[in-house]
Design a protein around this ligand. Structure first.
Ligand code: BGC
Length: 413
């Protein structure tokens, strides 16, 4: 077995970058749900098959994991590789010179031509050099519905947010929680962003998230967003505080709840549960109102090892190369519920929801920047605090919440 692995490693290496030594690489990520674990295993298996050793260091919850990962790297205790969101997550670490430079590999493999949309690789660039590798395209703007919950209660399966909101009281009467929500800050903040798109369209989303336009932030469309979030508050159960997103997804999967607003990684959970898109569950991009999507996602960073240990750097480059390979891209993304970062591969096995996503992204006008690309982590933290406070406190007036929102937008960096 060892012989086969070594031979494979040698082949991969020769085809790839250079030196074949079996190296342990600690990899941190926050992929701990059932679907996420199945997806990350694709990467780990590919790396192990190259003769190296993926040492898995999963940290549950993006909100927890991110600061731990950042402080380990800045504090001189770097892991071999780490998942982060594509965007500004690792901005300061890159600027501080703490990441391995992937430019030579990226040029050799022509990432600039194969990775799309181009802004994903742009997010990895600093001073003309490449410091990360995007591995998928995710979008937040989805609602996931259990069809059976509606059908069994003789209700039409909603095709948009308004229809869902109209059905919510009837679901309640039947003992079903209308909306499954997880209470972690990033989830509530993300949900607010989805309402911006659904109710105000691309225009509102861009004016707030990209232009940081103060007038729009204080305007009537944003008031509507706050009001919609207040209405959503009445559709959830008391147990939402601190609930993980995948536990909320599981409430929909098991029929305890009717729907969840969550990124397309939720598909991974439906997949692991053996449910089929369009049959047992439905997905509504842009809440069925404005089907536009952001193209955020995940990227891998490779912190500089102590003393720039060449063996570790070689293993980092080998992993980076595998992550963009066609095989890993297909298998990983099908399990993850995300879309591949390259367009030159066969995604025949994509489910109905992925196909909807692919069709939407074919029109560049439908593509939004992800929040993690447009806000610094400091501003994101302030937004998260505000939305959580507003969502959990029914006594907080919309006008007060919106005034705080305006202040955050005004001072955003
Ligand atoms: C990541 C996804 C992940 C989700 C939930 C997001 O930040 O981009 O890959 O599935 O968090 O853990």
């Amino acid at each position: 077995m060892r012989g086969i692995r070594t031979a494979l490693a040698a082949t991969t290496f020769l085809a790839g970058i250079g030196a074949a030594t079996a190296t342990d690489l600690e990899v941190t990520h926050w992929w701990t749900s059932g679907g996420e674990a199945a997806a990350v295993k694709v990467m780990a298996d590919a790396f192990n098959a190259s003769g190296n050793n993926w040492v898995d260091s999963a940290i549950a919850g993006g909100g927890n994991a991110r600061p731990i990962i950042i402080s380990r790297i800045s504090g001189g205790d770097p892991m071999g590789a780490t998942q982060m969101n594509t965007g500004r997550d690792a901005e300061d670490l890159v600027k501080a010179g703490l990441m391995t430079d992937l430019t030579a590999l990226a040029e050799k493999e022509d990432w600039a031509s194969i990775i799309r949309p181009a802004k994903l690789l742009d997010s990895c660039k600093y001073d003309g050099k490449i410091y990360c590798v995007p591995v998928n395209i995710h979008s937040f703007q989805w609602m996931w519905l259990n069809r059976g919950v509606f059908e069994d209660n003789s209700l039409p399966v909603p095709a948009n947010w308004d229809e869902f909101a109209a059905a919510a009281p009837q679901l309640r009467e039947k003992g079903v929680i209308p909306l499954a929500v997880g209470g972690e800050a990033w989830q509530i903040n993300g949900m607010a962003g989805v309402f911006m798109v659904a109710l105000g369209g691309v225009d509102l989303y861009r004016k707030i998230n990209v232009d940081k336009n103060v007038e729009t932030a204080s305007g009537p469309q944003m008031t509507q967003v706050f009001e919609a979030i207040a209405a959503a508050r009445d559709m959830v159960d008391d147990g939402f505080v601190g609930r993980a997103w995948n536990d909320a997804a599981n409430m929909v999967i098991t029929g305890k709840a009717g729907a969840q607003i969550m990124g397309d990684w939720a598909q991974g959970e439906f997949g692991v549960a053996g449910l089929t898109a369009g049959k047992e569950y439905d997905c509504l991009p842009g809440l069925g109102v404005n089907p536009v999507l952001d193209t955020g996602g995940d990227a891998f960073y490779f912190p500089k090892p102590k003393d720039n240990n060449p063996e570790i750097v070689a293993a980092q480059l080998e992993l980076a190369s595998l992550l963009v390979s066609k095989e890993v891209q297909v298998d990983f993304n099908l399990k993850k519920g995300s879309l591949p970062i390259r367009g030159d591969i066969d995604l025949a096995a994509a489910n109905d929801c992925m196909k909807k996503g692919i069709a939407i992204l074919e029109n560049p006008d439908n593509i939004l920047p992800g929040g993690e690309q447009t806000w610094s982590s400091d501003s994101t933290g302030q937004l998260e605090d505000l939305w959580v406070e507003f969502f959990t406190d029914p006594d907080m007036p919309v006008a007060e919440a919106q005034a705080r929102f305006v202040e955050i937008v005004e001072n955003a960096d």
